[in-house]
Design a protein around this ligand. Sequence first.
Ligand code: DGY
Length: 330
Amino acid sequence: MEIGDVLTKPKVLVTCPIAQQATQKLREIAEVKLNPSAHPFTKEQLRKEVADINAIILGADKFDEELMAAAPRLKMIARYGVGYDNVDVKTATSRRIFVTYTPSVLSDAVADLTFALILALSRRITEADSYVKSGKWGRSPFPLGLDLARKTLGIVGLGHIGTKVIERARAFNMSIIYYDIVRNKQAEEKYGAKPVTLKELLKQSDYVSLHVPLTEKTEALIGKNELALMKSTAFLINTSRGPILDQQALYEALKEKKIAGAGLDVFQHEPIESNEPMLKLSNVVLTPHMGSGTVETRLAMALMAVDDVIRVLKGKDPTNVVNIELLERR
Ligand code: DGY
């Protein structure tokens, strides 16, 4: 490589760890700057880092108007994930900055984790693990779990991930009901998923699983009143976004055993705060926002994000665009 080559290459900032294979591909056409630390950048650090970049591969960092103003050469924000609630898409569009994301490739992984949480709660897997490891086996009985067969799973938000969860639930012989603002006729015909109101879903389900994106409309969708509709034997699973749930209301419902338990991969504040009361509850299973966290899926996501960055830096249209209006205006 020539020195001049480096000087003329576009600059790409990657704010979170991604597969090496993807960064190598990116380095063929761009100068790549990685976040060297295990911690996300602070806003101040990001402001400095973005000053001369042409594209960014963005983890969970919030990317707002102020940061876009600090990045005058920015052509695209490639969100490494399916949710883009951390990006001010409106401002990006007005500045003609493409926002891309990585849909579909992570649906199986997120559905697997959702089901892992359902099974962990039903069969008390985390408690059973501590029971065996603490030498209690043979000294005190282990409480019985619950069957999944013939139970009702309620899916809130029946998009790609919700559909993948249904596929798994069908194999476990569960009945499916769903709530969405848009009817999913295909899922109704193929899996017998029955559309219901949110209220009905909360009343009837043995397992409620949330799969909606975080928007102004879905924020705090499940609060005290909604939790009060659930059966005392029911479980709530959230692998979408923390703020969709009122975490304090959920804590109270769990503490007072108004619902049986919860499996949570996402939280109001991430990483979870050390004084978070939920950490002390025994009827919850908690994971560190790792829905898409498998080797294969993270590689596919990284390559998808990188391919779109390369396309934009070469003057082509990106493939997985959030702000499609920018394509229409070209
Ligand atoms: C997603 O894909 O949005 C995941 O939650 C990772 O941010």
